[in-house]
Design a protein around this ligand. Structure first.
Ligand SMILES: C[S@@+](CC[C@H](N)C(=O)[O-])C[C@H]1O[C@@H](n2cnc3c(N)ncnc32)[C@H](O)[C@@H]1O
Length: 238
C-alpha cells in the first residue's frame, strides 16, 4: 500500500545540491542523515518527473497532477464553484481547484497546511464530529464538489488498514452525499480492494455516474485508484 509514501510526498526544494536544487548521487550516498528507506524515498523523489514538474511549476505536491488529469477527463472544476478538500495537505489539490476557477475552497488535514490565498484551511481530523460543519460554515454555502485524497498512516496489519481505508472513504462519501448540491461531484481516493461493494452501491444510488480512475500521475506500483462520482441526485430543496 502506498499511502505512507504518499503522505508527505510534497514537493520541497532539496536543501543541498547543485544550483538547480538537484542533490548529487554521491552526496545522497554519503549522507548519514538518511536511513536506507528515506534515502530510497529521496532518490525516487528526485527522479520522479512529476515531482520535478510540480517543483518547476509551483505546485505543492505531485498529487496536483492527479486532480488535473481527473478534471481534464471529467470537467469537474469551473468558475464560481465551491469546493471542499478532505486530506488537503500540503495543498496541491487546493491550488488546482483555485487555479481552475473555484470561488471558495475549504480544506482540512491532520497536518498543518501553509496558507493559500483564497482557501480556508483547518488542521483537524475530518472524522471528528463537528469538523464537517466547520468546513461547510467556512465555505459559505453547499459544495459543488467534494474531494478526498485522504490516506491514513498504515499500521501494517491488513485487516486494521483495510478498516481504516474503508472508514475514511465512507466518512467522505457520507459527507458528500449529505451536503453536495444536486448535480455536484465527488472524487475519493481508494485502493484496489479498498472500497467495499456497499460503498460503491451507495455512491451509484446517489450519483448518476461513478467511475474508477487511475491517473497517469498515480504511481503504477501504488494500489491507489480514485472513484469519480458525478451528478449528485440528492434533492434537499436548497
Ligand atoms: C496524499 S495526502 C493529500 C495530498 C493532497 N491532495 C495534495 O494535493 O497536496 C493525504 C492526506 O490525508 C490526510 N489525512 C488522513 N486522514 C485524515 C483525516 N482523518 N482527517 C484529515 N486529513 C487526513 C493526511 O494527513 C495526508 O496529508
Amino acid at each position: 500500500m502506498s499511502e505512507p509514501e504518499d503522505r508527505r510526498r510534497m514537493v520541497r526544494a532539496p536543501t543541498s545540491g547543485d544550483p538547480a536544487g538537484r542533490a548529487s548521487a554521491d552526496r545522497l550516498k554519503s549522507s548519514r542523515k538518511h536511513t536506507a528507506s528515506s534515502q530510497k524515498w529521496l532518490e525516487r523523489q528526485l527522479n520522479d518527473p512529476y515531482v520535478q514538474r510540480a517543483h518547476a511549476e509551483g505546485w505543492r505536491s505531485r498529487a496536483a497532477f492527479k486532480l488535473m488529469e481527473i478534471d481534464d477527463r471529467f470537467g469537474l472544476l469551473r468558475s464560481g464553484l465551491r469546493v471542499i478538500d478532505l486530506g488537503a495537505a500540503p495543498g496541491g489539490w487546493v491550488q488546482v481547484a483555485l487555479k481552475r476557477g473555484a470561488s471558495a475552497v475549504a480544506g482540512v488535514d491532520l497536518l498543518p497546511i501553509d496558507p493559500i490565498r483564497g482557501a480556508d484551511l483547518i488542521e483537524a481530523d475530518f472524522t471528528t464530529p463537528g469538523v464537517g460543519e466547520q468546513l461547510l460554515d467556512l465555505l459559505g454555502g453547499p459544495p459543488d464538489l467534494v474531494l478526498s485524497d485522504m490516506a491514513h498512516n498504515t499500521v501494517g496489519h491488513r485487516q486494521t488498514d483495510h478498516l481504516k481505508i474503508v472508514g475514511l472513504i465512507e466518512a467522505a462519501a457520507d459527507f458528500a452525499l449529505a451536503n453536495l448540491k444536486p448535480g455536484g461531484g465527488f472524487v475519493v481516493k481508494t485502493f484496489q480492494g479498498g472500497a467495499a461493494g456497499d460503498i460503491l452501491a451507495h455512491l451509484k444510488a446517489g450519483f448518476t455516474d461513478v467511475k474508477h480512475v487511475k491517473p497517469k500521475a498515480s504511481r503504477s506500483d501504488s494500489s491507489e485508484v480514485y472513484l469519480v462520482a458525478t451528478g449528485c441526485r440528492v434533492e434537499r430543496g436548497r
